[in-house]
Design a protein around this ligand. Structure first.
Ligand code: SAM
Ligand code: DTB
Ligand code: SF4
Length: 329
């Protein structure tokens, strides 16, 4: 099957609404056409600047607008980031993702993040950052420094979006994704389910992602982690099968993308996660913490991988590294 960017709402809705087992079966078939079914790409996350964010995302522990009891932290030292990246590499991660609670990086932050990218890349890890909105020049400088991926989520449907965030628009997000693409970096973009949206909105999110000029190489599907003090703290919990349906449809309509189990795994059973892998998910965040909230933890993930016979994907060498290897041999 060729990769399509012309999906219609009706087609996606029909996929989403089919009987659960038919959907998961089709997703697993698609998955096996493009990927090794038992290999999972593993990333580690680190918050390099925590809290006091000027944005008003209603789900987020880091927004300065809500009293989430989170302790804010200034930018952490590059040495400390490198230490954490080394530990991530040793524990089997292939990618290191650095996140900052910014609306966008200021010019004064650029030397700091560029140095970090160069040093993490030099360890042999794939690099990823999520720093808020980027302009074209910032995207280009990050790419030159060695940034492989940029994470910037659409979060939800265009229609539901204004109920969740008012300080930046849906189109602002699309602009940042454009800048990342034009700079030649890989795109990591997905969303959150469980914000109080309905299935029409989940279909809307999937429609937006699958009709981008190029599909994101990585599509995180977060399940809301409710944070006390935020406006979405008490939203009704979404049934896990809706999260799995979202994953399965993402797998079918973006067949070559990595579909990432993201926030929310900590509270899920091993069998929920196994079902998500069956539905075509093939990457996750490992480690005790996401950015500010607890994650499943390395020990629990090792057990899960052993139980299911899964293996972690090795970091792929960059073109530059392959060229150096070829010259040396
Ligand atoms: N500040 C940057 C930005 O918003 O682009 C980067 C960090 S932000 C925490 C990255 C993504 O994490 C958000 O777009 C959202 O999808 C997800 N996220 C944040 N808080 C979450 C929560 N409580 N539950 C689930 N996902 C969450
Ligand atoms: C993404 O989609 N999920 C990750 C990553 N991209 C940066 C972040 C999840 C954050 C969950 C809430 C927290 O730990 O603060
Ligand atoms: Fe800030 Fe990102 Fe949290 Fe929104 S999701 S409040 S931009 S840290």
């Amino acid at each position: 099957m060729t990769v399509r960017n012309d999906w219609t709402r009706d087609e996606i809705q029909a996929l989403y609404e089919q009987p659960f087992l038919d959907l998961v079966f089709k997703a697993q078939q698609t998955h096996r056409e493009h990927f090794d079914a038992n290999t999972i790409q593993v990333s580690t996350l680190l918050s390099i600047k925590t809290g006091k964010c000027p944005e008003d995302c209603k789900y987020c522990s880091q927004s300065a607008r809500y009293d989430s009891k989170l302790e804010a932290e200034k930018r952490i030292a590059v040495d400390k980031v490198i230490q954490e990246a080394k530990e991530a590499l040793e524990s089997g991660s292939s990618r290191f993702c650095m996140g900052a609670a910014w609306r966008n990086p200021h010019e004064r932050d650029m030397p700091y993040v560029l140095e970090m990218v160069r040093e993490v890349k030099a360890l042999g890890l794939e690099t990823c950052m999520t720093l808020g909105m980027l302009n074209q020049s910032q995207a280009e400088r990050l790419q030159v420094a060695g940034l492989d991926y940029y994470n910037h989520n659409l979060d939800t449907s265009r229609e539901y979006y204004p109920k969740v965030i008012s300080t930046r628009t849906f189109d602002d997000r699309l602009d940042t994704l454009d800048h990342v693409r034009n700079a030649g970096m890989k795109v990591c973009s997905g969303g959150i389910v469980g914000l109080g949206e309905n299935s029409h909105d989940r279909v809307g999110l999937l429609l937006e992602l699958s009709t981008l000029p190029m599909h994101p190489e990585s599509v995180p599907i977060n399940m809301l982690v409710p944070i006390e003090g935020t406006p979405l703290a008490d939203v009704e919990k979404l049934d896990v099968t809706e999260w799995i349906r979202t994953i399965a449809v993402a797998r079918i309509i973006m067949p070559k993308s990595y579909i990432r189990l993201s926030a929310g795994r900590e509270s899920m059973s091993d069998s929920d996660q196994a079902l998500a892998f069956m539905a075509g998910a093939n990457s996750l965040f490992s480690g005790e913490k996401l950015l500010t909230t607890p994650n499943a933890g390395e020990g629990r993930d090792k057990q899960l991988f052993n139980k299911l016979g899964l293996k972690a994907e090795k970091a792929k060498p960059s073109v530059a590294e392959l060229t150096i290897d070829a010259m040396a041999s």
